[in-house]
Design a protein around this ligand. Structure first.
Ligand SMILES: [Zn+2]
Length: 96
């Protein structure tokens, strides 16, 4: 999905803005892998193979998403001053 479209997305629950972290993109500014985080409720929406996963809670399986997200979080935490963790589909900062 291209950056411009992603920037128009908002949280399906509270319509708040989402912060995008790009993990992987192609040469045409299409985001292939990334993490969208709601600025209000801290819910995490992964972008997998260019598709943002924004289904309602009852259709999401956090157990399936967890390993993927943990991998990405590792990438994020690498060399960053801020450390994050993921649980139940929400992202939170680790207090160091
Ligand atoms: Zn939200």
């Amino acid at each position: 999905m291209n950056l411009e479209t992603i920037n128009k997305l908002c949280c399906p629950f509270d319509k708040s803005d989402l912060t995008l972290t790009i993990i992987n993109k192609d040469d045409n500014e299409n985001v292939l892998e990334g993490i969208l985080v709601c600025s209000k409720c801290s819910k995490v929406y992964p972008i997998v193979s260019g598709i943002p996963i924004m289904s309602p809670d009852e259709y999401r399986d956090y157990n399936l998403e967890q390993p993927l997200l943990e991998n990405w979080i590792k990438t994020l935490n690498n060399g960053s001053k801020e450390q994050f963790q993921i649980s139940d589909g929400k992202i939170s900062k680790i207090e160091l």
